[in-house]
Design a protein. Sequence first.
Length: 278
Amino acid sequence: MIRKNLAGIVLSFLKYIIIVAGLLFFLFPIYWLITSSIKFDVDIFSLPPKILLFKPTLVNFRKVLTETNIPKLTFNSLVTASLNVVLSLSIGTIAAYGISRYKVGGQKLLFWFLSLRMIPPIVVSIPLFLTAARFRLVDTRIILPMMYLLMNIPFAVWMMKSFIDEIPVSVEESAFLDGCSVFDVLRRIVLPMIKPGLVATGVFCFIFSWNEFLMAMIFTRIRATTLPIGISGFIAVEQIFWGPLTASATVAVLPPIILAWVFQRYMVRGLTFGAVKM
């Protein structure tokens, strides 16, 4: 009996050791990013590295926020990602409802959406760029939200379909008997019941749009450039400006973290409601 208890204690101790080691392994890059953003250049390049003991400074953040266009690029990224979330959820939810309830297109249409998500963006970038240039949409704030629909609508359709499938059809049939139209049922019954799924899908669509680099580099020039493009500007051929680079990268990770933290309750419910059955 004593041996069993001792073995249980040892296993529990080893389990926590492994968990802590895993957390340290995955969280250390974030710690390095944040600490490097508040270091002087001499501390960033010091050998051996100053991981814990160094004199903090906000000079890198002051330089990034006052001497560069990072604030403007952050605003462009917020507009781009937010508009894309609205469009992706609106189109994806309606499409998912039609596929789930009325079997529109059958399984072939559903897997066609999935195949769109698998296409590398560079494959369609050139013809889409020529089309956008023809309509004078290059370097406008509307072009990137439209381009990001190519990767976010398939994701939204698959996610939202799994959530809608969890709603009993009898609930909607009762509403139809009361005289509700399809859009009334969708607005008054379906959407409130899948709110956690909408939030979870919206957060992921926001993160995908916020982090996207390739299409932003191709379809923007000056006015609609997003934050990832601005961060890459601190990497020059002759030198990498680590202070401003890490400071701007720290600014870039804040909105997704804040968004996930604010909606964490809905995200947990949403990811366990139906998406895991996708």
